[in-house]
Design a protein around this ligand. Structure first.
Ligand SMILES: Cc1ncc(COP(=O)(O)O)c(C=O)c1O
Length: 384
């Protein structure tokens, strides 16, 4: 059921009454339409580990939460009968506000960041207000836009570079949403804050910019959070699924002006953000301020990433430069990515997928030292 004011807003944004019915079905928990459901299923299959294989396909962390954070989660388990014993959700928001220096009223916590990502597309796009993204990038926004019937513009990325914000604005000068993933999944490349600021300064006032910082903790790049703290047209997303090692626990954050958050929440009255898994909330609250541990984990990942890339130099392939995240893009040149993925899986190494724009390039997540040694050994064997 879509409330009257939201219905009015959607009609103004160019929806037909028939399309409103489809949105109500999507957001209200009704059956998803088949193409969207199939694509989502494909992604969740990709994230599922193959038993017994080295799992470097889903950009997860190679290890679990920081031990102190895991202990905080374990401690709250016995109170699992309570929705939120003692306002742990409020404590998390206070912690995040203090660490990031963003007003608490601009922060929401979610069960992961996948929900607010798709919700942003549904909230700010329409059949007349499109979505603009780089290509390749994390695809779930594409599927939501396609389902909505919103125009979708994909702007090619140059290997080794961030999003081309000027080309993004040219591709649709009046989009509902510009999505920038930085560091980008799958390239790991960073879009400079100056470019994001340029896009904000030059886009129409009613367009929203979504900055997905899922991998930011793996880099030294500055955050777009000061923009979300000061403006009314930017959403910044974070997740605990990557460096914090909590992908299966489900916790994410958005930072935005309360009016933008209100638009994203209008369909379910904050049901999703109001009740979260308390084990994840306690774990995230303990982990978020652990600056030294975050830095150490980042340094560990970078060392393993550089060693992996150095060993790949034995072969006639090309690693795209400048990844600042826990992934690399390996161009097998003469071989299709899907073929290499299957050949490596046969050797019990599960690497990531490829994107249609670069069919010979695979995304490989940086795992532990042992994971990456197994990966390099398998590549040596397959390409021998
Ligand atoms: C760029 C990006 N954004 C968002 C997500 C969603 O992750 P989660 O829902 O686990 O926070 C992912 C997952 O891989 C991602 O790569």
């Amino acid at each position: 059921m879509i409330e009257a004011d939201a219905r009015e807003d959607l009609l103004v944004r160019g929806y037909s009454r028939r399309q409103l019915g489809r949105i109500a079905a999507l957001i209200g928990g009704g059956a998803m339409l088949a193409p969207l459901a199939d694509a989502a299923q494909a992604q969740s299959n990709a994230a599922r580990g193959v038993a017994g294989a080295v799992q470097i396909g889903a950009n997860e962390c190679w290890t679990g939460p920081f031990p102190e954070a895991a202990a905080a989660a374990a401690q709250i388990l016995a109170q699992g009968n309570r929705y939120d014993p003692g306002d742990h959700r409020g404590a998390l928001l206070k912690t995040v506000a203090a660490v990031e220096q963003v007003p608490e009223e601009r922060i929401l916590a979610w069960p992961g960041s996948g929900d607010p990502l798709v919700r942003s597309v549904i909230s700010f796009c329409s059949p007349t207000r499109g979505l603009v993204t780089a290509d390749p990038t994390f695809e779930s926004a594409w599927r939501a836009a396609t389902w909505l019937g919103a125009p979708l513009a994909k702007v090619p990325m140059q290997p080794g570079k961030g999003a081309d914000v000027r080309a993004m604005l040219r591709a649709n000068p009046d989009a509902g949403l510009y999505y920038i993933c930085t560091p980008n999944n799958p390239t790991g490349t960073v879009t400079p804050i100056a470019d994001i600021a340029w896009l904000l300064a030059n886009k129409p006032a009613q367009s929203v910019v979504l900055v997905d910082e899922a991998y930011l903790h793996f880099s030294d790049a500055p955050s777009a959070l000061p923009l979300a703290a000061a403006r009314g047209d930017v959403v910044v997303m974070r997740t605990f699924s990557k460096l914090f090692g909590m992908a299966g626990m489900r916790l994410g954050l958005t930072f935005a002006h309360p009016d933008l958050h209100k638009k994203m929440m209008r369909y379910d009255g904050q049901q999703v953000t109001g009740t979260l898994p308390m084990t994840a909330v306690a774990c995230g609250n303990a982990a978020y301020p652990m600056a030294d541990a975050i830095r150490a984990r980042r340094a560990e990942m970078i060392a393993v990433r550089e060693a992996t890339v150095a060993r790949l130099a034995r072969h006639d392939l090309r690693v795209h430069p400048n990844s600042q995240a826990n992934m690399i893009m390996v161009d097998w040149k003469t071989r299709k990515a899907a073929e290499m993925q299957a050949a490596l899986l046969a050797r019990k190494v599960q690497i990531g997928r490829s994107w249609p724009i670069w069919p010979t390039v695979s995304r490989v997540t940086i795992g532990s030292v042992a994971d990456m040694r197994a990966f390099n050994d398998a590549v040596d064997a397959v390409l021998a």
